[in-house]
Design a protein. Sequence first.
Length: 456
Amino acid sequence: MGNKGWPVLGETIEFIASGFTSQPVSFMEKRRSMYGKVFKTHILGRAIIVSTDSEVNKIVLQNQGNTFIPAYPKSITELLGQNSILQINGPLHKRVHALIGGFLRTPIFKATITQVIHHSVQLNLASWSNIQLLYVQDQARKITFEVLMKVLMSLDPGEDLNSLKEDFEEFIKGLICLPIKLPTTRLYKSLKAKERLLKIVGRIVEERKATMEIRNNNNNNKERGVGNDVVDVLLQESYDSDESRRLPLDFITGNIIEMMIPGEETVPMAMTLAVKYLSDNPVVLDHLREENMELKKKKMIDNLGNCTWTDYMECLPFTQNVISETLRLANIINGVWRKATKDVDIKGYFIPKNWCVLASFISVHMNEENYEKPYEFNPWRWERTGNTVNSNMFTPFGGGQRLCPGLDLSRLELAIFLHQLVTKYRWIAEKDEIVHFPTVKMKRKLPISVTSISMT
Ligand code: HEM
């Protein structure tokens, strides 16, 4: 059931218009009330089946039997490499996903990255007291890009990082655009930026390979290092004893760039929206500050040094609830697109071969059947329900085969940012609005003015 709307345009105009309102889910809600939880529509150039049903979404994400493959708009597939983790399927996808996820879960990575994030946030926040009006969205992007470059390539702030940031910003402008490749078009400029990115990252990967070879020769290839970053982890796979399993250098270079896409926009937007929601909800902010001040004082009195991964992830329960509530309400990734490779029946809904399915997370997160008063920013709701990733009702990081490997890293970055922000500063936010299309952003980048808090 559903409506295909106008020829060619389908229901795209209404879909985009809803993205500019304070209730972007209204497009989905209207159709759900008319046609049921799973319905057909025609948006962004293709006919799709939209699922607003958490159980159907779960089955699509789990993808048992490999029925579904990722399906992105044409401009995105043009810009992603054929071998991108975001596009590949089957055993190779499984292997690369496990390698990255496994690395991000190692205790050594967790310990090191906690200190890296701590210092990056500390350094950036230290400059805030000299700025009269600062833009949270820009500041957050600066912090998270530095962290991402460390995670992927152990890159320190400097010339390479600045060039990468500039070219990457140019590159992602083309992710949602008209798929026309002519010298003046957006897509063309983005492809050119990608060529520059490939050059810089390719050089870094080759230099690293040379260093790794020297190290391997010195220890007669006996030891396999743990790996300091994602480049290391993937490079180690270029030495597999089975030649057919070796990952080529251009595969590694391309994937490092592609991994910047899900990592770059999402965390800074979550940080920015957390500040927005806290500015609008002073009672929550007071509670958050109290919890974080308590931990900070305890660390100081007991002379325990900086907070650890466990402190942030396990000893600040209210802070983690603020993060969950931010992720639920912000819907930074509002859903995922898949294409059925064969006819499939889910809970009585028939999805024909080659049809696209949009598993809509925002529809689940903003449904009052699932969340009481869903438009309220209420971190206390998580005290009752917990925030396990297995819940079908809470999927900001997706689920199943492609569950975001950056899940804990994102929560950690958010926790460190919030901890330092609320224990160091009070702020007043200027009026601003959230825009939801093509991606979630603040209209004015969220301007705030800050004053320091002195610890006594
Ligand atoms: C608040 C922050 C973040 C959110 C909301 C988020 C959300 C998501 C979602 C929904 C997916 C699933 C996409 C799909 O099923 O097609 C995903 C995948 C992915 N994310 Fe994240 N992400 C975040 C941060 C990060 C970070 C910091 C990294 C980098 C380390 C990262 C790396 C990835 C990668 C590599 C994938 C692809 C996984 C695969 O297809 O196997 N994400 N993310």
